[in-house]
Structures are given as structure tokens and as C-alpha cells.
Design a protein around this ligand. Sequence first.
Ligand code: 6PG
Length: 265
Amino acid sequence: MAKKLKVEYFVEPDAAALAARAARHFVEMAEAAVAARGRARIAISGGSTPKVAFGLLADPARPWLKRMPWDKLELFWVDERCVPPDHADSNYRMTREALLDHAPLQPAQIHRMEGELAPEAAASRYESELRNSFRLEGAETPRFDLINLGMGPDGHTASLFPHTAALHEIGRLAVANHVQNKDAWRVTLTWPVINQGASVFFLIGGADKAQILKEVMLGPRDPERLPSQLIAPAGGILTLFLDKAAAALLPATNEQGFGSFEREE
Ligand code: 6PG
């Protein structure tokens, strides 16, 4: 029998409201993980959409900085560009500037991908980092409490780009992935690891994402072209936080901005 994935989506009026919704989600999910398991292991994405949410988390004028259980947090990355950590393209650098420089996190709580290394070495080192942090044995995979994903207008998520080798990697935890049309290397968690997350959400804003979001969520299955279709969390629920522009081509929501549908896997 085909497996079903429940997709739940929350639509905010604009980018600012979307960032606030995401900041609240980070804090609420961290609180829930700490209550259930004593700590929150969170994997975050790069890109422009989370940056605004990270800024809100770090803003002393907002409630989140005080509320976040920082001392119980372990921060990981979903993907990284293969550049040094102070490079303008570095996901670590973006997060450091928006969040880490302003939040009470100790260096030992921050598990970055080492984009400055040779791509394969960076991926292997990250696998070791995950094995040690999660105390994994044998073929065990890490189970993050929360995973934050973005989606590119080409349907990529994490650094799982269309028609790239990493889409076929199911045995490893992290891999190097060459992205031909960017002529660049990335390091990315593999999709089976992402799907193992206790809670996985996409954060997507902007009119340029509306068409691809519709194709990914409602169109025929074609993960080679639409890698975001590989994301189907083991718990059976996928959460999307969207702004109105990105959600324009999905089925209408209720008055509270909530919608859901089921997708066959
Ligand atoms: C990265 C990512 C990537 C990102 C999407 C969406 O390092 O670029 O992790 O997968 O999430 O490209 O990015 P935006 O939020 O900037 O649209």
C-alpha cells in the first residue's frame, strides 16, 4: 500500500510575519524537545529566509531571546557551501552574524560544517561529528529534534540539487555534492537523515517560489527534477511555513491561514 504523507501549512501575510512565525516555532519546538528529552538538537539551513528569523531570535526587544532554552541547545547545519567560515557565502557566517554573536551559546554547542576543507573531507568530518554528538553506533542515524529546510526556485532543498549525485546517497549521513550549474561544491545532510528528524519544516517566502512549491507538493513524483519531493519525515507529517506569495498556488487555507492535504509517497 502506498504510504501517505500529511502536509500541514501555515500561511502568513508577508515576509515579516513569516519570520516571526518561524522564530516562534524554533522556540516552541526547542521547549518541547527540552521538556521531553532534556535538550534540543536543531539543524538549520542557510539562505535568506531563515536569516530574518535568526535576527528576531537574537533581538532583545522580542520575547524569543529570553525564552529560548539556549543552554540546552545543540546547533547543527543541514548544508554548507564549500567556502571558509568568514566567506560572504558561508551559511555559518550568516548564522554567526544574525544569531550566534548575540546569543548565549557556548562553542561546544555549535556544530558547523567545515566548508574550508576539501568537500569529501568536510563531509566525512561532519559524519564523525554527528556520530560523536549523537553517540551513534553502527548504522544508526541521528534523529534531530527539529530540522529547518528552505526550498530553491529549482526545487532543491538543503544542498540536494536537481540531477546531482547526492540524491542517490542513502547510506551516508552527510555527503559532498557538486552542483554543476553553480560550478560549486556543497556539503549536505542526506535525505534519509533529514527524514529521520522528529519534526521537519520548510520555511518558504516569495512569489518566485509559488510555482515550484505547487509542483513539489501537488505535482507528479519526479525527485530527480524536484529533490524537495524526497522530504517525507518518518513521523508522517511535513510542516510548511509560507508567506501569502509563496502559497498562492496551493489550495486555499481556512480563516486562520491553516491548510493541509495528503500526498501519496
Ligand atoms: C543554502 C540552503 C538552501 C536554501 C534554499 C532556499 O545553503 O542555500 O540551505 O537549501 O535553503 O536555497 O534559500 P532562500 O531561503 O534564500 O530562498
